[in-house]
Design a binder for this molecule. Structure first.
Ligand SMILES: NC(=O)c1ccc[n+]([C@@H]2O[C@H](COP(=O)([O-])OP(=O)(O)OC[C@H]3O[C@@H](n4cnc5c(N)ncnc54)[C@H](OP(=O)(O)O)[C@@H]3O)[C@@H](O)[C@H]2O)c1
Length: 312
């Protein structure tokens, strides 16, 4: 029996990612449409999701969350504070909140919602076809049963990976969360290079897509280190060696590493800004981990460690 059997799932903000979860849950027969309720401000979007998936859609976030066992927070970061104020104080401990909001730390989520049973996660765009990878962290107050519910919910997006330190979610934001952007940029650059060589664009596109997909499948199937696979195709004085020399002189590895660090720093900054905006910065948290405004925070303390890493 699925951990979500007879449970109600609410999607707060029913955009692209929420739809991916709804589609994945229904595709896997993990829930019935009647077990899903979504909130969404636009009537056309509500009608669209009801027509497509048979789920109940409402305009009010509080109404969607009221009777839900699992509440997916899937609004944009800039909408989070508004939505959090609506839901804050309305939730019961037996309700699990699963957030996919980029940058929203557990301190922000628990403080804003006045609710301790929270999962912070970071999916990525291939989730839209059920091929994403989602890294997630549960606060200590999340029960074993709720942990299973979170795993099933996020598993609807593809592979899920639970971590025991929130910092790994922040790091994953820079690697897998932002990862598709790096890959698409490389894809685009290779397609353009093939066009520059003289291929018609559609052929250039297919050559690059199939090469990337095949190489990934090959690496997965052989479980070999990428350097081993690369050496296989790099004969002395050959074509790959000539190309790799150019990539290395262009500092490809360093540039990629710097890109990942920049994305990580931005993630930590976004979280710090949200915490500051809510008065949840270090100075306003008392010894018990409760913010001075009286709302609870889980007191998980990865922030300082993350800041140390980020001061590189
Ligand atoms: N897309 C990704 O690959 C990805 C990856 C990792 C994490 N995330 C995170 O996932 C979250 C959702 O991303 P998304 O791509 O699904 O964005 P999205 O498609 O824009 O979905 C957000 C939804 O929230 C709705 N909304 C706006 N104001 C609202 C309010 N006050 N109450 C309730 N709903 C409201 C929006 O409606 P309107 O369209 O009418 O404004 C929209 O349907 C973001 O926080 C993002 O950081 C996304």
């Amino acid at each position: 029996m699925s951990p979500l059997s007879n449970r109600t799932v609410a999607t707060i903000g029913s955009g692209v990612m929420a739809e991916s979860i709804i589609a994945g849950l229904l595709r896997g027969h993990l829930v019935e449409p009647r077990q899903i309720v979504g909130s969404e401000p636009r009537a056309e979007r509500r009608d669209e999701l009801t027509a497509q998936y048979g789920v109940r859609m409402v305009a009010s976030n509080v109404e969607a969350a009221r009777d839900a066992d699992v509440i997916l927070l899937s609004v944009k970061p800039q909408t989070l504070t508004k939505v959090g104020h609506e839901l804050g104080g309305e939730l019961r401990p037996e309700q699990l909140v699963v957030s996919i909001v980029a940058g929203a730390t557990c301190r922000v989520l628990t403080g804003l919602l006045d609710h301790r049973e929270v999962v912070r996660s970071m999916p990525n765009t291939p989730a839209q076809i059920g091929r994403g990878i989602t890294v997630w962290y549960a606060t200590p107050e999340v029960t074993a049963e709720q942990t299973d519910q979170a795993r099933v919910l996020l598993g609807a997006l593809g592979v899920d990976l639970q971590v025991d330190d929130e910092r790994f979610v922040e790091m994953a934001t820079a690697v897998s969360g932002t990862g598709p952007a790096y890959v698409f940029l490389v894809m685009e650059a290779l397609i353009d290079a093939a066009v520059h060589l003289g291929f018609p664009r559609h052929i250039a596109h297919d050559l690059v897509i199939e090469t990337l997909e095949g190489s990934t499948a090959f690496a997965k199937a052989t479980a070999q280190h990428p350097a081993v696979l690369r050496n296989m195709v790099t004969s002395p004085g050959g074509t790959s060696a000539a190309a790799i020399h150019e990539l290395e002189s262009g500092r490809l590895r360093t540039v990629l590493s710097e890109a990942v660090w920049a994305s990580y720093r931005r993630t930590v900054e976004l979280g710090a800004d949200l915490e500051k905006g809510l008065g949840l910065d270090e100075g306003s948290v008392d010894a018990a981990g409760k913010p001075a405004n009286g709302k609870s925070a889980n007191g998980t303390g990865p922030r300082a460690a993350a800041d140390r890493r980020v001061s590189r």
